[in-house]
Design a protein around this ligand. Sequence first.
Ligand code: UDP
Length: 324
Amino acid sequence: MTHTLITGGAGFIGSHLAEALLACGDQVTVIDDLSTGRFENIEPLAQKPGFRFALETITNETVMDRLGSECDRILHLAAAVGVQLIVNDPVRTIETNVMGTEAVLRVARRYRKKVFLASTSEVYGKNDKVPFHEEDDGVFGATTITRWAYATSKALDEFLALAYFRSKSLPVVIGRFFNTIGPRQSAQYGMVIPRFVRQALSGEPITVYGDGKQTRCFCNVQDVVAAILLLLEHPGAEGQVFNIGSQEEIGMRALADMVKARTGSSSEIRAVPYDQVFDGGFEDMRRRVPDIHKIQQATGWSPKIPLAQTLDEIIAYFRGRPAA
Ligand code: UDP
């Protein structure tokens, strides 16, 4: 039986991974300090045989040493989630992203455990290429604009993981998540879909930033989990970076219309200028589309769940949690 350690396993993506691995018969240990993760996400797993939860930060070396020695592989998802959090609390979040990954890689090397590193499409920065290929440049703004600390910290994580692979032969696989959605994603950190759904269900205005023509591709978390599991089983993936995301592209105004229609909401759809939401100098991406040939060729993976279906799952999730 494989024993998987998931850092950040009480978070949105981590908790879905934990559930899927337990369903495959794995033993799963989650380490999470519940800074952004929620116990509620893993509560249904707590009673299952083979599941363990450590309420602890990954920079606690003693605990990480023990958990790292006991497991067969580490899926590293503990990180500051998204740009808004890093802008609100830069010291803590930069340290979490950089020192946390360093701690995970060090322990993995000590016990020679395979690592999956969760990275992000933010590492392409403001490069305006469509679609993004894994070898494309990351284009970051000035260090005086805090938002770029997120992309830079995750890029540094990737550099470090690849360095461990090249210089220390540590088996590492890097997944760059594009916009990922599904039940359990919090509306607290600015992500557009949970925000729109919450706004629509409570009758508040649905806030479309800018002209609403900027686009994203949203991938169901179950598809993302399937991609991670396939990459883990593929030895050729070691030392490599893979985009993981959907190619179903939608504009934010069209998304607002879709959420309004599927919730049956009477909310107004309100255009909000960027400068009313963000500090001056905020740069939004116009389009963000992954090139997914690499993961398709390596594993045969492609996303299966359409946006409309995922939206209905998320709407049902928030309907069941009016206070979430
Ligand atoms: N967005 C929006 N209204 C909101 C929150 C976000 O129009 O209430 C827009 C945001 O400007 C961006 C898109 O939705 O263009 C996706 O934002 P998110 O933060 O979810 O993801 P990211 O920008 O990191 O891809």
